[in-house]
Design a protein around this ligand. Structure first.
Ligand SMILES: NC(=O)c1ccc[n+]([C@@H]2O[C@H](COP(=O)([O-])OP(=O)(O)OC[C@H]3O[C@@H](n4cnc5c(N)ncnc54)[C@H](OP(=O)(O)O)[C@@H]3O)[C@@H](O)[C@H]2O)c1
Length: 432
Protein backbone atom coordinates (compact mmCIF):
# COMPACT_ATOMS: atom_id res chain seq x y z
CA UNK A 1 0.00 0.00 0.00
CA UNK A 2 1.43 3.38 -0.90
CA UNK A 3 2.36 5.42 2.19
CA UNK A 4 0.18 8.33 1.10
CA UNK A 5 -2.92 6.16 1.20
CA UNK A 6 -2.18 5.29 4.80
CA UNK A 7 -2.45 8.83 5.97
CA UNK A 8 -5.67 10.08 7.37
CA UNK A 9 -4.59 13.73 7.47
CA UNK A 10 -5.92 16.06 4.81
CA UNK A 11 -3.00 16.62 2.46
CA UNK A 12 -2.02 20.20 3.05
CA UNK A 13 0.08 22.06 0.47
CA UNK A 14 3.71 22.14 1.51
CA UNK A 15 5.61 25.30 0.73
CA UNK A 16 8.38 23.30 -0.90
CA UNK A 17 5.96 22.00 -3.46
CA UNK A 18 5.33 24.89 -5.77
CA UNK A 19 2.92 22.82 -7.85
CA UNK A 20 0.37 22.84 -5.07
CA UNK A 21 0.39 26.63 -4.61
CA UNK A 22 -2.19 28.92 -6.13
CA UNK A 23 -1.20 29.71 -9.72
CA UNK A 24 -0.56 33.49 -9.51
CA UNK A 25 2.00 32.97 -6.73
CA UNK A 26 3.94 30.17 -8.34
CA UNK A 27 6.26 32.06 -10.79
CA UNK A 28 7.14 34.70 -8.18
CA UNK A 29 7.95 32.09 -5.58
CA UNK A 30 9.94 29.98 -8.03
CA UNK A 31 12.18 32.86 -9.03
CA UNK A 32 12.59 33.82 -5.38
CA UNK A 33 13.49 30.23 -4.54
CA UNK A 34 16.01 30.06 -7.38
CA UNK A 35 17.67 33.27 -6.19
CA UNK A 36 17.87 31.94 -2.64
CA UNK A 37 19.38 28.64 -3.75
CA UNK A 38 22.05 30.42 -5.85
CA UNK A 39 22.85 32.82 -3.03
CA UNK A 40 23.20 30.01 -0.49
CA UNK A 41 25.27 27.81 -2.76
CA UNK A 42 27.72 30.62 -3.57
CA UNK A 43 27.92 31.40 0.16
CA UNK A 44 28.60 27.73 0.86
CA UNK A 45 31.44 27.65 -1.67
CA UNK A 46 32.94 30.80 -0.15
CA UNK A 47 32.90 29.33 3.36
CA UNK A 48 34.34 26.02 2.18
CA UNK A 49 37.15 27.84 0.45
CA UNK A 50 38.10 30.16 3.33
CA UNK A 51 38.15 28.19 6.59
CA UNK A 52 38.86 31.43 8.50
CA UNK A 53 35.25 32.44 7.80
CA UNK A 54 33.86 29.30 9.40
CA UNK A 55 32.51 31.11 12.54
CA UNK A 56 29.93 32.74 10.23
CA UNK A 57 28.43 29.34 9.60
CA UNK A 58 26.79 29.43 12.99
CA UNK A 59 25.24 32.83 12.28
CA UNK A 60 23.90 31.90 8.91
CA UNK A 61 23.80 28.12 8.42
CA UNK A 62 24.65 27.34 4.87
CA UNK A 63 25.76 23.76 5.19
CA UNK A 64 24.04 21.43 2.82
CA UNK A 65 22.90 19.14 5.61
CA UNK A 66 21.33 21.93 7.68
CA UNK A 67 18.06 23.54 6.92
CA UNK A 68 18.00 25.82 3.93
CA UNK A 69 15.82 26.19 0.94
CA UNK A 70 16.50 22.55 0.07
CA UNK A 71 15.60 21.48 3.62
CA UNK A 72 13.09 24.07 4.77
CA UNK A 73 12.83 24.52 8.49
CA UNK A 74 9.11 23.91 8.60
CA UNK A 75 9.64 20.41 7.29
CA UNK A 76 10.27 17.78 9.95
CA UNK A 77 13.78 16.35 9.96
CA UNK A 78 12.34 12.88 10.45
CA UNK A 79 13.32 10.79 7.52
CA UNK A 80 11.96 7.33 7.23
CA UNK A 81 13.58 5.12 4.69
CA UNK A 82 11.03 4.34 2.07
CA UNK A 83 8.55 6.79 3.53
CA UNK A 84 8.23 8.53 0.20
CA UNK A 85 6.09 11.60 0.25
CA UNK A 86 4.52 11.32 3.71
CA UNK A 87 2.94 14.57 4.80
CA UNK A 88 5.20 16.53 7.15
CA UNK A 89 4.26 19.92 8.38
CA UNK A 90 5.03 22.33 11.19
CA UNK A 91 8.04 23.20 13.32
CA UNK A 92 8.39 19.76 14.88
CA UNK A 93 6.26 20.33 18.00
CA UNK A 94 3.14 18.59 19.20
CA UNK A 95 0.84 20.41 16.78
CA UNK A 96 2.93 19.65 13.71
CA UNK A 97 2.72 16.55 11.57
CA UNK A 98 5.76 14.29 11.74
CA UNK A 99 4.47 11.87 9.14
CA UNK A 100 4.63 9.01 11.63
CA UNK A 101 1.46 7.11 12.38
CA UNK A 102 2.54 4.61 15.00
CA UNK A 103 0.67 1.69 16.47
CA UNK A 104 2.23 1.18 19.89
CA UNK A 105 1.45 -2.29 21.27
CA UNK A 106 2.01 -2.28 25.04
CA UNK A 107 1.46 1.50 25.21
CA UNK A 108 -0.54 1.10 28.42
CA UNK A 109 2.56 -0.08 30.31
CA UNK A 110 5.46 1.64 32.05
CA UNK A 111 7.68 2.33 29.03
CA UNK A 112 4.62 2.91 26.84
CA UNK A 113 3.67 6.23 28.41
CA UNK A 114 7.13 7.70 27.76
CA UNK A 115 7.21 6.45 24.18
CA UNK A 116 3.72 7.78 23.45
CA UNK A 117 4.60 11.11 25.05
CA UNK A 118 7.73 11.51 22.94
CA UNK A 119 5.98 10.43 19.75
CA UNK A 120 3.10 12.83 20.37
CA UNK A 121 5.46 15.66 21.31
CA UNK A 122 6.88 15.69 17.81
CA UNK A 123 3.52 15.59 16.08
CA UNK A 124 2.99 11.91 15.40
CA UNK A 125 -0.36 10.23 15.42
CA UNK A 126 -0.39 7.38 17.93
CA UNK A 127 -2.74 4.42 17.78
CA UNK A 128 -3.04 2.79 21.19
CA UNK A 129 -4.31 -0.79 21.13
CA UNK A 130 -5.69 -1.69 24.55
CA UNK A 131 -7.33 -4.79 25.91
CA UNK A 132 -8.35 -3.70 29.39
CA UNK A 133 -10.74 -1.05 30.58
CA UNK A 134 -11.08 2.49 29.26
CA UNK A 135 -8.98 3.61 32.22
CA UNK A 136 -5.89 1.80 31.00
CA UNK A 137 -5.10 4.45 28.39
CA UNK A 138 -6.77 7.62 29.61
CA UNK A 139 -3.48 9.13 30.87
CA UNK A 140 -2.12 8.86 27.33
CA UNK A 141 -4.84 10.94 25.69
CA UNK A 142 -3.58 14.13 27.32
CA UNK A 143 -0.18 13.71 25.71
CA UNK A 144 -1.37 14.83 22.31
CA UNK A 145 -3.75 17.25 20.67
CA UNK A 146 -7.37 16.27 20.27
CA UNK A 147 -7.53 13.20 18.03
CA UNK A 148 -3.78 12.66 18.04
CA UNK A 149 -3.83 9.73 20.45
CA UNK A 150 -6.35 7.16 19.28
CA UNK A 151 -7.19 4.30 21.68
CA UNK A 152 -8.44 1.20 19.89
CA UNK A 153 -9.82 -1.86 21.63
CA UNK A 154 -8.26 -5.08 20.41
CA UNK A 155 -7.80 -8.68 21.35
CA UNK A 156 -4.21 -9.94 21.16
CA UNK A 157 -5.49 -13.39 20.19
CA UNK A 158 -7.66 -12.12 17.35
CA UNK A 159 -5.66 -11.57 14.18
CA UNK A 160 -8.32 -9.40 12.58
CA UNK A 161 -8.38 -7.00 15.49
CA UNK A 162 -4.57 -6.68 15.27
CA UNK A 163 -4.88 -5.95 11.56
CA UNK A 164 -7.49 -3.31 12.32
CA UNK A 165 -5.27 -1.42 14.77
CA UNK A 166 -2.35 -1.57 12.33
CA UNK A 167 -4.34 -0.67 9.22
CA UNK A 168 -3.62 3.07 9.20
CA UNK A 169 -0.09 2.87 10.63
CA UNK A 170 3.26 3.24 8.96
CA UNK A 171 5.29 2.41 12.08
CA UNK A 172 4.74 -0.42 14.59
CA UNK A 173 6.29 -0.61 18.04
CA UNK A 174 5.98 -3.74 20.13
CA UNK A 175 6.38 -3.05 23.84
CA UNK A 176 4.34 -6.06 24.97
CA UNK A 177 6.01 -8.11 27.64
CA UNK A 178 5.40 -9.61 31.05
CA UNK A 179 7.81 -10.83 33.71
CA UNK A 180 5.48 -13.40 35.22
CA UNK A 181 3.08 -16.01 33.90
CA UNK A 182 -0.64 -16.02 34.48
CA UNK A 183 -3.23 -18.76 34.08
CA UNK A 184 -4.12 -17.32 30.70
CA UNK A 185 -0.77 -16.35 29.24
CA UNK A 186 2.54 -18.17 29.27
CA UNK A 187 5.93 -16.46 28.99
CA UNK A 188 6.30 -17.85 25.49
CA UNK A 189 2.98 -16.57 24.24
CA UNK A 190 3.35 -13.00 25.53
CA UNK A 191 7.04 -12.49 24.95
CA UNK A 192 7.61 -14.54 21.81
CA UNK A 193 4.50 -15.64 19.92
CA UNK A 194 2.81 -12.23 20.08
CA UNK A 195 5.93 -10.47 18.80
CA UNK A 196 6.23 -12.91 15.92
CA UNK A 197 2.57 -12.51 15.05
CA UNK A 198 2.86 -8.71 15.02
CA UNK A 199 5.91 -8.91 12.74
CA UNK A 200 4.09 -11.25 10.33
CA UNK A 201 1.04 -8.97 10.17
CA UNK A 202 3.25 -5.88 9.78
CA UNK A 203 5.09 -7.52 6.90
CA UNK A 204 1.86 -8.53 5.17
CA UNK A 205 0.55 -5.00 5.64
CA UNK A 206 3.11 -3.72 3.16
CA UNK A 207 3.08 -0.12 4.37
CA UNK A 208 4.87 -0.56 7.69
CA UNK A 209 8.20 1.17 7.21
CA UNK A 210 9.63 0.69 10.68
CA UNK A 211 9.10 -2.09 13.22
CA UNK A 212 10.63 -1.67 16.66
CA UNK A 213 10.72 -4.68 18.98
CA UNK A 214 11.48 -4.05 22.65
CA UNK A 215 13.32 -6.97 24.18
CA UNK A 216 15.43 -7.19 27.36
CA UNK A 217 19.10 -6.87 28.14
CA UNK A 218 20.33 -10.38 28.89
CA UNK A 219 17.85 -12.05 26.53
CA UNK A 220 19.60 -15.13 25.26
CA UNK A 221 18.77 -18.70 24.41
CA UNK A 222 21.08 -19.83 27.23
CA UNK A 223 19.60 -17.55 29.92
CA UNK A 224 18.45 -19.19 33.16
CA UNK A 225 15.23 -17.17 32.87
CA UNK A 226 12.34 -18.46 30.78
CA UNK A 227 11.21 -14.94 29.98
CA UNK A 228 14.65 -13.97 28.69
CA UNK A 229 14.79 -17.13 26.58
CA UNK A 230 11.37 -16.25 25.13
CA UNK A 231 12.56 -12.70 24.42
CA UNK A 232 15.62 -14.06 22.61
CA UNK A 233 13.39 -16.32 20.51
CA UNK A 234 11.21 -13.27 19.73
CA UNK A 235 14.24 -11.28 18.52
CA UNK A 236 15.17 -14.09 16.19
CA UNK A 237 11.62 -14.53 14.85
CA UNK A 238 11.03 -10.81 14.36
CA UNK A 239 14.28 -10.37 12.43
CA UNK A 240 13.53 -13.43 10.33
CA UNK A 241 10.05 -12.23 9.39
CA UNK A 242 10.84 -8.50 9.25
CA UNK A 243 14.60 -8.15 8.64
CA UNK A 244 14.39 -4.33 8.70
CA UNK A 245 13.10 -4.36 12.29
CA UNK A 246 15.10 -2.68 15.05
CA UNK A 247 15.55 -4.49 18.37
CA UNK A 248 15.96 -2.50 21.58
CA UNK A 249 17.25 -4.36 24.64
CA UNK A 250 16.94 -2.14 27.71
CA UNK A 251 18.34 -3.06 31.11
CA UNK A 252 16.12 -2.86 34.20
CA UNK A 253 14.18 0.36 33.72
CA UNK A 254 14.02 2.97 36.46
CA UNK A 255 11.43 5.75 36.61
CA UNK A 256 8.39 7.01 38.47
CA UNK A 257 6.31 3.89 37.82
CA UNK A 258 9.14 1.34 37.91
CA UNK A 259 8.68 -2.11 39.36
CA UNK A 260 11.96 -2.42 41.20
CA UNK A 261 12.82 0.62 43.34
CA UNK A 262 9.15 1.32 44.12
CA UNK A 263 8.67 -2.27 45.24
CA UNK A 264 11.82 -2.25 47.32
CA UNK A 265 10.85 1.06 48.94
CA UNK A 266 7.34 -0.20 49.75
CA UNK A 267 8.72 -3.42 51.21
CA UNK A 268 11.40 -1.60 53.23
CA UNK A 269 8.82 0.82 54.64
CA UNK A 270 6.40 -1.95 55.54
CA UNK A 271 8.79 -4.52 57.00
CA UNK A 272 11.80 -2.36 58.00
CA UNK A 273 14.17 -4.54 56.03
CA UNK A 274 14.84 -5.51 52.43
CA UNK A 275 15.41 -9.09 51.29
CA UNK A 276 18.62 -9.16 49.29
CA UNK A 277 18.38 -12.10 46.94
CA UNK A 278 21.65 -13.95 46.57
CA UNK A 279 24.19 -11.84 48.40
CA UNK A 280 23.37 -8.76 46.32
CA UNK A 281 26.53 -9.03 44.27
CA UNK A 282 24.87 -9.66 40.89
CA UNK A 283 25.87 -6.89 38.49
CA UNK A 284 23.16 -5.05 36.57
CA UNK A 285 23.02 -1.96 34.38
CA UNK A 286 19.76 -0.17 35.19
CA UNK A 287 18.64 2.55 32.83
CA UNK A 288 16.39 5.61 33.06
CA UNK A 289 13.12 4.84 31.25
CA UNK A 290 13.07 8.24 29.51
CA UNK A 291 16.40 7.42 27.86
CA UNK A 292 14.98 4.16 26.51
CA UNK A 293 12.02 6.04 24.99
CA UNK A 294 14.45 8.61 23.55
CA UNK A 295 16.48 5.80 21.96
CA UNK A 296 13.36 4.43 20.29
CA UNK A 297 12.48 7.86 18.92
CA UNK A 298 16.06 8.47 17.77
CA UNK A 299 16.02 5.25 15.81
CA UNK A 300 12.76 6.31 14.12
CA UNK A 301 14.29 9.66 13.21
CA UNK A 302 17.44 8.32 11.61
CA UNK A 303 17.95 7.72 7.91
CA UNK A 304 17.23 4.03 8.26
CA UNK A 305 20.69 3.20 9.62
CA UNK A 306 19.20 1.50 12.69
CA UNK A 307 17.08 -0.85 10.58
CA UNK A 308 17.93 -4.51 11.09
CA UNK A 309 20.14 -3.67 14.10
CA UNK A 310 20.11 -4.69 17.76
CA UNK A 311 20.81 -2.08 20.45
CA UNK A 312 21.71 -2.90 24.05
CA UNK A 313 20.49 -0.06 26.24
CA UNK A 314 22.19 -0.14 29.63
CA UNK A 315 22.64 2.88 31.89
CA UNK A 316 26.02 4.65 32.16
CA UNK A 317 26.93 2.98 35.48
CA UNK A 318 27.16 -0.61 36.62
CA UNK A 319 25.51 -1.41 39.92
CA UNK A 320 25.43 -4.48 42.06
CA UNK A 321 21.95 -5.25 43.35
CA UNK A 322 23.23 -4.18 46.79
CA UNK A 323 24.48 -0.81 45.48
CA UNK A 324 21.14 -0.13 43.80
CA UNK A 325 19.36 -0.93 47.07
CA UNK A 326 21.71 1.52 48.86
CA UNK A 327 20.67 4.21 46.35
CA UNK A 328 17.04 3.49 47.15
CA UNK A 329 17.64 3.64 50.92
CA UNK A 330 19.57 6.88 50.47
CA UNK A 331 16.62 8.45 48.65
CA UNK A 332 13.97 7.31 51.13
CA UNK A 333 16.16 8.33 54.11
CA UNK A 334 15.81 5.04 55.92
CA UNK A 335 18.58 3.15 57.65
CA UNK A 336 19.55 0.24 55.34
CA UNK A 337 18.67 -3.13 56.81
CA UNK A 338 19.04 -6.24 54.68
CA UNK A 339 18.23 -9.88 55.06
CA UNK A 340 20.41 -11.85 52.69
CA UNK A 341 18.43 -14.69 51.16
CA UNK A 342 20.53 -17.32 49.39
CA UNK A 343 19.29 -18.29 45.92
CA UNK A 344 18.02 -21.79 46.89
CA UNK A 345 15.89 -20.34 49.71
CA UNK A 346 14.59 -17.50 47.50
CA UNK A 347 13.63 -20.04 44.84
CA UNK A 348 11.93 -22.23 47.43
CA UNK A 349 9.89 -19.24 48.64
CA UNK A 350 8.87 -18.33 45.07
CA UNK A 351 8.14 -21.84 43.81
CA UNK A 352 4.68 -22.53 45.27
CA UNK A 353 3.02 -19.93 43.03
CA UNK A 354 4.60 -21.38 39.91
CA UNK A 355 3.67 -24.89 41.00
CA UNK A 356 0.05 -24.05 41.78
CA UNK A 357 -0.57 -21.55 38.98
CA UNK A 358 -2.28 -23.89 36.59
CA UNK A 359 -3.43 -26.43 39.17
CA UNK A 360 -5.87 -24.38 41.19
CA UNK A 361 -9.19 -23.21 39.73
CA UNK A 362 -8.70 -19.55 40.66
CA UNK A 363 -6.11 -16.87 39.82
CA UNK A 364 -3.14 -16.48 42.15
CA UNK A 365 -1.67 -13.11 43.19
CA UNK A 366 0.99 -11.73 40.89
CA UNK A 367 4.49 -12.23 42.25
CA UNK A 368 6.25 -9.25 43.71
CA UNK A 369 9.82 -9.44 45.01
CA UNK A 370 9.83 -13.24 45.03
CA UNK A 371 9.35 -13.91 41.33
CA UNK A 372 10.92 -17.26 40.48
CA UNK A 373 11.85 -16.33 36.94
CA UNK A 374 13.44 -13.06 38.03
CA UNK A 375 15.35 -14.85 40.78
CA UNK A 376 16.70 -17.19 38.11
CA UNK A 377 17.67 -14.18 35.98
CA UNK A 378 19.52 -12.67 38.94
CA UNK A 379 21.84 -15.66 39.20
CA UNK A 380 23.93 -14.17 36.37
CA UNK A 381 25.18 -10.64 35.65
CA UNK A 382 23.20 -8.67 33.09
CA UNK A 383 25.47 -6.15 31.38
CA UNK A 384 25.79 -4.57 27.95
CA UNK A 385 28.05 -6.79 25.85
CA UNK A 386 31.37 -5.50 24.59
CA UNK A 387 30.74 -4.94 20.90
CA UNK A 388 27.06 -4.14 21.11
CA UNK A 389 25.45 -1.06 19.59
CA UNK A 390 24.38 1.21 22.42
CA UNK A 391 22.92 4.63 23.22
CA UNK A 392 25.98 6.37 21.79
CA UNK A 393 25.25 4.86 18.36
CA UNK A 394 21.89 6.62 18.51
CA UNK A 395 23.43 9.90 19.62
CA UNK A 396 22.08 9.70 23.17
CA UNK A 397 23.94 10.19 26.44
CA UNK A 398 22.00 8.25 29.08
CA UNK A 399 21.37 9.85 32.49
CA UNK A 400 23.09 8.73 35.65
CA UNK A 401 20.51 7.37 38.06
CA UNK A 402 21.54 9.34 41.12
CA UNK A 403 19.63 12.61 41.06
CA UNK A 404 16.49 13.38 39.12
CA UNK A 405 15.77 9.87 37.74
CA UNK A 406 15.26 8.50 41.28
CA UNK A 407 13.78 11.64 42.83
CA UNK A 408 10.27 10.16 42.75
CA UNK A 409 11.35 8.04 45.74
CA UNK A 410 11.09 11.06 48.04
CA UNK A 411 7.40 10.22 48.43
CA UNK A 412 8.50 7.31 50.66
CA UNK A 413 10.27 9.55 53.19
CA UNK A 414 8.57 9.23 56.55
CA UNK A 415 8.82 12.94 57.48
CA UNK A 416 7.65 14.33 54.14
CA UNK A 417 9.62 15.05 50.96
CA UNK A 418 12.14 17.37 52.68
CA UNK A 419 12.84 14.90 55.51
CA UNK A 420 16.53 14.36 56.08
CA UNK A 421 17.58 16.22 52.95
CA UNK A 422 21.07 17.56 52.74
CA UNK A 423 21.31 21.36 52.53
CA UNK A 424 21.94 21.29 48.79
CA UNK A 425 18.79 19.34 48.03
CA UNK A 426 16.52 20.85 50.70
CA UNK A 427 13.22 21.96 49.29
CA UNK A 428 11.00 24.56 50.86
CA UNK A 429 7.66 23.52 52.28
CA UNK A 430 5.83 25.89 49.94
CA UNK A 431 6.76 23.73 46.97
CA UNK A 432 4.64 20.88 48.25
N1 LIG B 1 10.30 -2.81 33.11
C1 LIG B 1 11.56 -3.16 32.95
O1 LIG B 1 12.40 -2.97 33.84
C2 LIG B 1 12.00 -3.75 31.63
C3 LIG B 1 13.36 -3.99 31.43
C4 LIG B 1 13.79 -4.49 30.20
C5 LIG B 1 12.87 -4.75 29.21
N2 LIG B 1 11.55 -4.53 29.41
C6 LIG B 1 10.62 -4.81 28.31
O2 LIG B 1 10.14 -3.57 27.85
C7 LIG B 1 8.79 -3.72 27.43
C8 LIG B 1 7.93 -2.73 28.16
O3 LIG B 1 8.12 -2.94 29.54
P1 LIG B 1 7.16 -2.27 30.61
O4 LIG B 1 7.89 -2.21 31.87
O5 LIG B 1 6.54 -1.04 30.05
O6 LIG B 1 6.05 -3.41 30.73
P2 LIG B 1 4.64 -3.29 31.46
O7 LIG B 1 4.51 -2.05 32.24
O8 LIG B 1 4.42 -4.60 32.16
O9 LIG B 1 3.65 -3.20 30.24
C9 LIG B 1 3.56 -4.26 29.41
C10 LIG B 1 2.58 -3.98 28.31
O10 LIG B 1 2.35 -5.22 27.65
C11 LIG B 1 0.97 -5.49 27.63
N3 LIG B 1 0.70 -6.89 27.84
C12 LIG B 1 1.16 -7.70 28.80
N4 LIG B 1 0.66 -8.92 28.67
C13 LIG B 1 -0.14 -8.88 27.58
C14 LIG B 1 -0.96 -9.82 26.95
N5 LIG B 1 -1.06 -11.06 27.39
N6 LIG B 1 -1.65 -9.43 25.86
C15 LIG B 1 -1.57 -8.18 25.41
N7 LIG B 1 -0.82 -7.23 25.98
C16 LIG B 1 -0.12 -7.59 27.05
C17 LIG B 1 0.37 -4.73 28.79
O11 LIG B 1 -0.99 -4.49 28.51
P3 LIG B 1 -2.05 -4.37 29.69
O12 LIG B 1 -1.91 -2.98 30.23
O13 LIG B 1 -3.34 -4.60 29.02
O14 LIG B 1 -1.70 -5.44 30.69
C18 LIG B 1 1.24 -3.47 28.79
O15 LIG B 1 0.73 -2.53 27.91
C19 LIG B 1 8.42 -5.17 27.69
O16 LIG B 1 8.58 -5.91 26.53
C20 LIG B 1 9.42 -5.60 28.73
O17 LIG B 1 9.66 -6.99 28.66
C21 LIG B 1 11.09 -4.04 30.60
Amino acid sequence: MAPSTLLSFPKLPLLSSSASLPLPLTPTLCSFKTMQVCWRRSGQRLLDHYPALSPFKSIYPLSSDGYGIDHPRYVSTISIKGAGHVVRKGTGGRSSVSGIIATVFGATGFLGRYVVQQLAKMGSQVLVPFRGSEDSHRHLKLMGDLGQIVPMKYNPRDENSIKAVMAKANVVLNLIGREYETRNYSFEEVNHAMAEQLAVIAKEHGGIMRFIQVSCLGASSSSPSRMLRAKAAAEESVLRVFPEATIMKPGIMIGTEDRILNRWAQFAKKWSFLPLIGDGSTKIQPVYVVDVAAAIIASLKDDGSSMGKIYELGGPELFTVHQLAELMYDMIREWPRYVKIPFPIAKALASPREFLLKKVPFPLPNPDIFNLDQINALTVDTLVSENALTFSDLGIVPHKLKGYPVEYLICYRKGGPAYGSTVSERVTGSEF
